[in-house]
Design a protein around this ligand. Structure first.
Ligand SMILES: Nc1ncnc2c1ncn2[C@@H]1O[C@H](COP(=O)(O)OP(=O)(O)O)[C@@H](O)[C@H]1O
Ligand SMILES: [Mg+2]
Length: 361
């Protein structure tokens, strides 16, 4: 049965030496719904692993509680929590064959051999490795080893599945395949899952909901689409997708939108549900590279010179220099009929005002 996970004002303080402490995890408050797959996304060192270790019981919170299915398990023993944990280096036992690797957790729990055999067969079928029971890890590809690691965890029927960058050691193609695989297995088994990654593409691909972390704190949580369309901060706008950031000032606040000054002109832009503004405030204006359009300089938002142009298959990536040191990325979809702008030429840059995202400075 799927159980929800609640992190209640979770904090972890580490001491660098006797005098200096720092909060690796700082007041993290989060409810994960039963059966939900949430990714914790953030740069290296932002506290992702420490959060997972506190949920699993390898680390004691300095403050706050961990609840699973409404039960406070903050002080429970590791093996009493019903949690399956997959680390980055999923370390199968090299001297054990696939069957014994997968059966390991069941044997530890003194499961009768008949039941163990049935369960191992069931999960190996689930991960597509039926018939591989007698093979050893060294005889398996990276992807197969990863699937054995998944089977080993699924065999113990975890209510909660914690994964810490489980695909970091796989090549790009296999990673995409395994992401789809993990998501479908997780949904079929109905286990509640927290999946840690520093890779925004992984997070966007696999998550029901993404929690963006920065320096131990939650920056923003939302569906992949929410975070992409309505980032609440520069950090999120830049971490999920790419963003050009422009400077502006708020002239007027209206219902549903803002009037901003933008390089000597007035623009009406939409509001931002995740942010608060006051008239006269400086504001950062984020525009996605794919929301910008190149063309005539006449009537354009900005003008500049094409500094570089790179064809990446489905689109042309331009860098436009508006002023020395003020560079703007523009992605234009590419087809046979696309107008191309040569390096060195002068171009106008425009955007639909609905694609201008105001952010607090
Ligand atoms: N046992 C520990 N003692 C001291 N500092 C730690 C310990 N574990 C992690 N840290 C520090 O806490 C911060 C967060 O680490 P971690 O949770 O591993 O980040 P992430 O998984 O997001 O890369 C880092 O600065 C790391 O160096
Ligand atoms: Mg980590």
């Amino acid at each position: 049965m799927a159980l929800g996970i609640s992190l209640v004002h979770l904090t972890k303080t580490f001491w660098k030496d006797r005098q200096t402490s720092f909060k690796a995890v700082d007041d993290v408050h989060l409810d994960v719904m039963p059966g939900e797959l949430v990714t914790l996304l953030g740069p290296s060192g932002c506290g992702k692993t420490t959060i997972l270790r506190m949920i699993a019981g390898f680390e004691r919170p300095t403050e706050g509680r961990v609840l699973i299915g409404g039960q406070d398990i903050t002080d429970a023993a590791v093996n009493a929590r019903g949690i399956g944990f997959i680390f980055q280096n999923y370390a199968l036992f090299p001297h054990m064959n696939v069957f014994d690797n997968v059966a390991y957790g069941l044997k530890v729990k003194h499961t009768p051999p008949g039941e163990t055999g049935r369960k191992v067969a069931e999960v190996l079928e689930l991960v597509g490795l039926k018939g591989a029971e007698r093979r050893f890890p060294s005889q398996l590809s990276g992807g197969e080893q990863q699937r054995v690691a998944l089977a080993r965890v699924f065999a113990i029927n975890p209510n909660v599945l914690l994964m810490d960058e489980p695909l970091a050691n796989l090549d790009a193609k296999l990673r995409i395949y395994m992401l789809a695989e993990i998501r479908s297995l997780q949904k079929r088994l109905g286990a509640t899952c927290i999946f840690v990654t520093h890779d925004q593409k992984e997070a966007l691909t696999i998550a029901d909901r993404i929690v963006v972390l920065n320096k131990g704190r939650i920056e923003q949580a939302g569906t992949p689409f929410d975070l992409y369309a309505n980032p609440a901060s520069f950090f999120v706008a830049d971490f999920i997708g790419q963003a050009n950031i422009f400077r502006g000032r708020i002239e007027v606040i209206r219902e549903g939108g803002l009037e901003v000054s933008f390089y000597g002109r007035s623009l009406s832009v939409r509001g931002n549900p995740g942010a608060r503004f006051r008239g006269g405030d400086a504001v950062a204006l984020a525009i996605r590279p794919e929301a910008l359009v190149l063309g005539e300089t006449e009537g354009a938002l900005l003008a500049g010179q094409v500094l570089s142009r790179v064809f990446v298959g489905d689109k042309m990536e331009y860098v436009i220099e508006v002023e020395p040191g003020f560079l703007v990325n523009v992605f234009e979809p590419f087809s046979r009929d696309s107008q191309l702008f040569p390096v060195g030429s002068r171009v106008g840059i425009s955007a639909d005002q609905r694609d201008v995202i105001p952010l607090p400075v």
